[in-house]
Write a protein that binds this ligand. Structure first.
Ligand code: MG
Length: 255
């Protein structure tokens, strides 16, 4: 009986530890962990580095090319090529700052599959028309399913249409809206998981963090890069901080 009690106490303590860990602000590497030697924004290396330091997630930006393929890059126009008006072959021939080629989504997902501890934060970059967004969302889901990554991917978009396209395809997925122009109650009505707003927006509307939580929504903030900003948002109780300096943010969140 005494032993049973001890086991029960140990279990309760363990549960307490788990609750404490999960309530801590989680850190997402913005465009991967690229502010270290040998890395570059949205490179395969940047995901590997984010995984290496134990980030909760690593973010990528994804475009839909002229020939209906998905590639990973931030800028709409990169080294003179427009993401939506060039082919995947042309775009993946471009070199990133660390010497890697601009990755296809396929190559990226193969790497993500091999790093099971880090979530993929998939930013679907707004496209020039809604039907392209619908097609690109369907292709993304098909590819994520092929690599067994649907459970380990969260979606973020500036475009409400894109968010809705993912929601329709994956009703259970985590989908966050980026544009910062809607209060939490509107996001709740749209059925998304939460808000993923800029530091600038949340500095103006700090009350949105509590409002979101009261509605059962989550809050992510981008891009908190200074110690002051990171401390402010950890203090405000956001669920996730997206940053170019994940190790600094991890240190502050752990205090
Ligand atoms: Mg992004």
């Amino acid at each position: 009986m005494k032993r049973l009690m001890m086991v029960a106490v140990a279990l309760m303590m363990a549960a307490g530890v788990v609750a404490q860990t999960t309530s801590r602000t989680k850190i997402v590497a913005h465009r991967g962990y690229w502010t270290v030697d040998g890395s570059a924004q949205n490179s395969l290396t940047s995901f590997a580095k984010a995984d290496e330091v134990g980030c909760f997630g690593s973010e990528i930006d994804v475009w839909y090319t002229k020939d209906h393929k998905l590639v990973v890059n931030h800028d709409r126009v990169f080294q003179g090529l427009h993401m939506e008006r060039a082919t995947a072959k042309e775009l993946t021939a471009l070199k990133l700052a660390n010497g890697e080629n601009l990755p296809s989504l396929d190559a990226y997902l193969r790497l993500v599959q091999s790093k099971p501890n880090t979530r993929l934060i998939y930013e679907a970059k707004s496209l020039s028309d809604f039907s392209s967004e619908d097609d690109a969302a369907a292709l993304a889901v098909k590819m994520l399913r092929k690599y067994g990554l649907l459970e380990r991917t969260d979606f973020i978009c500036f475009s409400i249409n894109y968010c809705l396209a993912f929601k329709k395809l994956l009703p259970e997925a985590n989908i966050y809206y980026l544009n910062g122009d809607l209060p939490p109650k509107s996001i709740k009505k749209l059925g998304f998981t939460g808000i993923d707003y800029s530091a600038k927006v949340l500095r103006v509307h700090p009350e949105w963090v509590k409002e979101a939580h009261d509605l059962g929504l989550e809050v992510n903030v981008w891009t908190a890069n200074t110690e002051e900003d990171i401390r402010y948002f950890v203090g405000l109780g956001v669920d996730y901080i997206t940053t170019d300096y994940p190790e600094l943010a991890q240190k502050i969140a752990a205090e």
